[in-house]
Design a protein around this ligand. Structure first.
Ligand SMILES: [Zn+2]
Ligand SMILES: [Zn+2]
Length: 350
């Protein structure tokens, strides 16, 4: 079968590899019908996550896919061949301390698809024709027929994760979202759905700001104006109730923090390298609550987000800029990496 393989910094290739086999009675093999490229894949491609997820030449990529059940292990009774299913980006055991406390992405034996041996070899990658899913009945979710394959690719990670992170909104909050990539646009969508407003989107790419504006946000281009001044102008000089950072660079977090009003909330949605440190004084002085929402319990929120998509209350369309054949993965990675042709998030079809 064809699979997207990491080759080295800024290099991926599509290679023929063996089709995965059932290794345990609780496994399922799915035939992938759509797989998306994540910001994490791009960081692996850039080589900027090597201290957390070291990759070597030959390792498969991809942790976001949708597919059809192809083969089930003997102990699997709740899934049938031919059913459409979606996976979270990770596999959880269901029995450890964290699983019992419903924080599945901290599972003590968590495995992640397609991010190298540090997280669960021999799990394969999702950007391939077939993938083996361990503990499949616990992990896989049957897909609502009203949700397309392309739209379902936001369920394993980005939209579900952002929804979980923004779920603390109760409605009526002023919100600023920094960064208008896939995560930032998802944050704008979720803030809107949860009744927040006004919502401000901060970036300096005009095309992305235009998409955020289309989703109901007030765009702020930091190349032209000082976001702090603009936000203070809209909030009686106080700052916004909630700031959601999706850039994940410490410089961005640092400039985002003072955008929140005293007793406001800062939600960290982007991946921040663990070696980064934050001057915490402004948060202490202003009583800012900092909430880390990096990859929360995806599987717990997936049924709800799937329902919201099925009901037309969340529309993933603006997050998915291109659909390309899996064979064009090298081009797709380059497009997303360099933001060519307005690339936001790219879906690969095997
Ligand atoms: Zn992802
Ligand atoms: Zn567990």
């Amino acid at each position: 079968m064809k699979a997207v393989i990491y080759e080295g910094t800024r290099k991926v290739r599509v290679e023929n590899v063996p089709v995965p086999k059932l290794l345990a009675d609780t496994d399922v093999i799915i035939r992938v019908t759509a797989a998306s490229i994540c910001g994490t894949d791009i960081r692996l491609y850039w080589g900027t996550m090597t201290n957390v997820m070291p990759m070597i030449d030959g390792e498969p990529l991809g942790h976001e896919c949708v597919g059809v059940v192809e083969e089930v292990g003997q102990a699997v009774t709740g899934l049938k061949v031919g059913q459409r299913v979606v996976s979270p980006f990770s596999v959880h055991c269901g029995t450890c301390y964290y699983c019992e406390h419903d924080v599945l992405t901290r599972c003590e034996s968590m495995q992640i698809f397609g991010v190298g041996k540090g997280f669960g070899a021999p799990l394969g990658g999702c950007q391939s024709e077939y993938v083996r899913v361990p503990l499949a009945e616990r992990v896989l979710l049957k897909l609502d027929e009203r949700v397309s394959d392309e739209h379902a690719t936001v369920l394993p990670d980005v939209l579900t994760g952002v929804f979980a992170g923004m779920e603390c909104l109760r409605g009526g909050e002023t919100v600023a979202v920094t960064g208008c990539g896939p995560t930032g646009l998802a944050a704008v969508m979720c803030a809107r759905l949860l009744g927040a407003g006004p919502i401000f989107a901060i970036d300096h790419h005009e095309d992305r700001l235009a998409i955020a504006a289309g989703l109901g946000a007030i765009p702020i281009n930091f190349d032209h104006v000082d976001p702090r001044e603009v936000l203070r102008g809209h909030t009686g000089g106080r700052g916004v109730d909630v700031v959601a950072d999706t850039v994940g660079k410490i410089g961005s977090v640092n400039t985002a923090l003072p955008l929140a009003r005293p007793y406001g909330t800062m939600i960290l949605l982007g991946y921040i390298d663990p070696s980064e440190t934050l001057p915490i004084g402004i948060a202490s002085l202003n009583h800012i609550q900092i909430r880390s929402a990096l990859v929360p319990a995806i599987r717990r929120y997936q049924p709800r987000v799937m329902q919201l998509i099925a009901d037309g209350r969340l529309d993933p369309t603006p997050l998915l800029s291109h659909v390309l054949p899996l064979a064009d993965a090298a081009r797709a990675y380059e497009m997303m990496s360099e933001r060519q042709d307005g690339a936001i998030k790219i879906v690969l079809k095997p």
